[in-house]
Ligand binder design. Sequence first.
Ligand code: KIV
Ligand code: ZN
Length: 522
Amino acid sequence: MMGHSDQDRVVIFDTTLRDGEQSPGATMSHAEKLEIAGLLDEMGVDIIEAGFPIASDGDFEAVRAIAAQAQTAVICGLARANLNDIDRCWEAVKNARRPRIHTFIGTSPLHRAIPNLNQDEMADRIHETVTHARNLCENVQWSPMDATRTEDDYLCRVVEIAIKAGATTINIPDTVGYTAPRESADLIRMLLEKVPGADEIIFATHCHNDLGMATANSLAAVEAGARQIECTINGLGERAGNTALEEVVMALKVRNDIMPYQTGIDTTKIMNISRRVATVSGFPVQFNKAIVGKNAFAHESGIHQDGMLKNAETFEIMRPEDVGLTETNLVMGKHSGRAALRSKLNDLGFELGDNQLKDVFVRFKALADQKKEVYDEDLIALMQDGTDAESDRLQLKALKVTCGMGLPKVAEMTMTIDGSEHQVEASGDGPVDAAFNAVKALFEHKARLQLYQVNAVTEGTDAQATVTVRLEEDGKIATGQSADVDTVVASTRAYINALNRLLIRRQKSGADRPEVSYKDVS
Ligand code: KIV
Ligand code: ZN
């Protein structure tokens, strides 16, 4: 069998927990970050960017805990171009088996203007900070933020400085998602040709998806010589997000004939981690998303279904099982037991501990009482229901809504707030409006509703509704989700779930350290 040279190996750098978590509304709890990091490590991700340690004590603790638990992956933290940030980052990652410091500064004219540094002053800062990072850690990544809008000569100059100062990986971010694939390739080629020492380090590509070209840009960069792809699960990330891990990995696998590069990813773990990230981030996956969308392997039209039955390859370029989607015929209902539920959930990619199974089983029984047949989609919705965590400050205890043609819409609600029970009656323009007004009456807040979205999980009038609610308060955004056969209950739960997440964000930003964003580079 022909072996593959190191030249063919593309390393996967996952930044779901840093760039992904940075996207408005996608905050994850400490436990959730640890869980996702464990799944990333297990699926063979080479480098996990676990967070931005200086951003908050919570971020620091999460990076430190992930560093301590990681088995195989390199654990990386992000730091701005100052010694303080880099020291804090090193503190967080230093106990990892394989730590990395990732430091960056915006090098384009627009970004140089923010800290008001001229080209020479910025070059000195890069030399100083990369040298400092390298003195702490032998694995250092440096990024010229907004590289794709930086002057070519200046980019070559600063990349050379970073390499000489000891950076072992140079990441070239398309921070604003402006580049087209040809330019992405040309930029890597130019750096490899012009920068002394470029052949000694690894070039990485980090693409945002503002024009929907992130995956194409990443692959073009690889064809030009980049050997690290930065990406996130489900393409989570600032604005339109980042390159999606599942897209680049599957593209390299399926089109290995024209892109002969290897990754170390176990693709059968993709579906499971995609679902978990959708749940914990509160960002549902769009139905027609490549690889992980609900419709990615669904065949609707008669011609397609007929073709599929004769030969799956007529309309499928990869097998569902390649990404961890299994088809099982076990239909669940109210007589199904705990073992069947566990086995079914395992098939769907969810591995549950005994306590979690106990909790899910209770909710499954409640659902099975309401619905004759519980389909795979129902169980996935149940697992993605982001409500009722024990630690939630606000919990819905009871809800009764009256509505109908010509009738007033009134919600009677009982909710616990920090453990004590409160009741109210409120009215509104419709049943959902009345329920939301009841929540507001019980828990006063200034959060504005930015998104309210209802989807039916399966067909039929007994289908569960999955509801997504996005709230904004003082520039902070939080998304909540819930699923129930009763649309008003699902809506109210999703609203309360978003409020609980907003409360966590409030608490985080009220911590001793101010929350920083990489845009405040100074
Ligand atoms: O998009 C970007 O430029 C970044 C940097 C911090 C690498 O996320
Ligand atoms: Zn980014």
